[in-house]
Design a protein around this ligand. Sequence first.
Ligand code: NCD
Length: 311
Amino acid sequence: MVGSLVWNRDVISVLDFSKEDFEVLFSEALSMERYAKSKLDILGDKVLALAFFEPSTRTRLSFETAMLRLGGRVIGFSGAEATSMAKGENLADTIRMLDAYANAIVIRHSLEGAAKFAAEVAESPVINAGDGSQNHPTQAMLDLYTIWREFKVIDGLSIGILGDLRYARVVNSLVQALSYYRVRLHLISPELLRPRQELVEFMNSRGGIRYDWTNDPYNVISDLDVLYVVRIQKERFPDPMEYERIKGAYKVNLKLIEGGKPNLIILHPLPRIDEIDFAVDNTPQARYFKQAGFGVPLRMALLRLVLGGGS
Ligand code: NCD
């Protein structure tokens, strides 16, 4: 365990953290793994508020599980319909209330910048669990943790990111987090889902990242250590017809991974729609369910660093 180190800060973007912070987080998460199915009673006096304005399964439940395993308690909601926002209350007032009740707030919202806004309103630490297409820092931390657990290093790896590079916030945060390491990045997507200009400019501004783009995973599969797959983000398309045209545009199947290195691993933040064939689940390369499982110790470590609690 990392002594009594406490961050006591917001978690809005991975860029608010350093590579050293990641190292502290990972070593803390490793020590939390043995408590992920039992209990470490260090946050017994703390309450965590979960404010989920958008759907979530893994992120919300792993935060909740993490808090319970640390002996703390959880309040909150999933979907604004059941809150006074349905009566017209604004986001700032809702956050002020949660701030008064809880020691930290985890927020997911469809609007970019919502978490940052909440952090400006709240005195308690605010953790961004996804805001629009912009950031999903705790997912990126989990993704990196999984890669680190599998390979023991991140520097030197060749990482392919396949899917909706335009709207997926997980891609944005993952690329930002990987910019702290010397990695080779292969971006793979249909033309329509190429990364947005901001992300391209970000990658160009960071010397560490060497990247290229292709629309065909077969072009790069033999070079990859990690294939990270993400679904098409249907709900973020301004024009539903555009989604209809592009859906089902890529699929990871046994034929594709046959062309990969023997130690290739496949990650996915989940939910999966149709972009990974079910047959892939039974291969040694499939690590996405293990990755989701690491969500509990990783978020236990994060909560401990943000909220403090015995060393
Ligand atoms: C991601 C999200 O919400 O951005 N889900 C998650 O937190 N595991 C990815 C997605 O929805 O595609």
